[in-house]
Ligand binder design. Sequence first.
Ligand code: ZN
Length: 506
Amino acid sequence: MSNRVIIFDTTLRDGEQAPGFSMTLDQKRVMARQLERLGVDVIEAGFPIASDGDFESVKAIAEELRETTIAGLARTTRKDIDRAWEALKRARKPRIHTFVATSDIHLKHKLNKSREEVLEMAVENVRYAKSLCDDVEFSPEDAVRTDLEYLCLVIESVIDAGANVVNIPDSVGYSIPDEFAAIIRTLREKVKNIDRAVMSVHCHNDLGLGVANSLAAIQAGARQVECTINGIGERAGNASLEELVMIMHTRKNLLSLECNVQTTEIYPSSQLLTHLTGMKVQRNKAIVGENAFAHEAGIHQDGMIKHRQTYEIMTPQSVGIPESTLVLGKHSGRHALDKRYKELGYDLSREDLNTAYEAFTALADKKKLVYDADLIAIVRDEISQIPEAYTFESLQVLSGSSLTPTASVRLRKGDEIFEDSAIGDGPVDATYKAIERITGVCGKLTHYAIEAVTIGKDAQGEVLIKLEYEGHSYNGQAVSTDIIEASAKAYLSALNRILYTRDHVR
Ligand SMILES: [Zn+2]
């Protein structure tokens, strides 16, 4: 059996459909290009029948990328499959990924169908998909809770009908590694034609076992893993791509497995996703969290130089973290800034670089040292992927223990300046009310967090918020050395997302 593991990335489908991670068409294209640079084998670009937006993004990505297989998801119905094919057909390497639930609990409560009916649906539609597209993947949803004998029958039948990839999902994140590996082994033993298809797995992280279950399955003979950047996905997320790849890379001696991923593109991919969605990974996240290689800095450095391997099982450079995390100062030039951005994975246009440079010099005036995190924050803050309806002009706040907090806000929209004031429970509340009065958009604030971007009393504060509006959730983020100003700008960035989505997406 080949030791090559196929990396199937579903950041843009399973990841993107999770609350808080939605992306626009342009953002998805940017992410897809980076995934191709990263070297994943398959990009699941969306679920074309789910919405027109999904359809358009699958189509755009299918038409643009030439190296990577582009998959589109479809239920086992002709309508779904036709829609998926319509989006995929211009891809150089298209794949239709069709699925139907097979566990009794789903059959009874969701599909209201018998096992025989579901089997027939699966076979008929795999055959239909195969008549359109050479590459067909089939998933029995909730496979882990499916009767194993029935699962074997379904898998054997869909392979006969033309499926060349059979994916075993732990859709609800319920399995544990031994058990999951045993399911894979049973399928390999009992399904007569299993050699005619690649076995794939798709593990969710509800019990924190997404990566462990995927690894156990690979060791039992699966040769495709479905995963996402930063482990994003429905509920607790999917198996994390960076963890799986670095396990195979770091423990190569033991596992003898290979994949096509360029590990040095891992960190830039993770950063890009964070930037596009406004959703940070936790500090202690394996591989890509801020603390993952924290011994690089500070008091351990001396020991690290003397005994590097005592502490380090992999290098930060191997996952694409730039060599030093410092430091630009007031006197660093545009060229140095450009070089640093490139090392951080941002290839800025001339115009964007000018904007970033202006923000950088303004920041360097306020604080002595500018860290990588500050630079990333500048890109996030100043070079938004979404055109801004309103831009921030200025803010004045009156607040104190014996005052009613009052805020006056000035915003610009095109050539017009708008100004309004409001009182509130606190300075941030007053500011938000003033912005609402100007824009007329009233979202519900469901999340507000503030953290220091770097260290020291002069550090910039980053504010991350979520606004709920008409049933959707929108992120906003901004940085400033003044936290009230950062709060105002974060609110404004979420409002701009709302306005953009309202006017362009729906
Ligand atoms: Zn999933």
